[in-house]
Design a protein around this ligand. Sequence first.
Ligand SMILES: [Zn+2]
Ligand SMILES: [Zn+2]
Length: 87
Amino acid sequence: MPTSVEFPEDIVRAAFERCGGQCECELHGCGHKGECPQIFTYEDRATSNQKGWQAHHRKPVKDGGLPTLENCQILCVSCHATFHLSA
Ligand SMILES: [Zn+2]
Ligand SMILES: [Zn+2]
């Protein structure tokens, strides 16, 4: 079993390459109707909640979500905040 619930660096990189740097948000409550136009470079990875992108657990850790590529979703910080507000 992994000791950490956070995504390993290689998983985050693979997820980032999968989405081509575009926010993977599919919510309709963010104002972009399921397609967030935000595109980032890997260096834009957020170190705060101000700007950039973050790795989001599709299935929350508290519900048994694992740090796998399938469970990793790349989100801009504003969409990520919306996810956690609506959860
Ligand atoms: Zn977004
Ligand atoms: Zn969004």
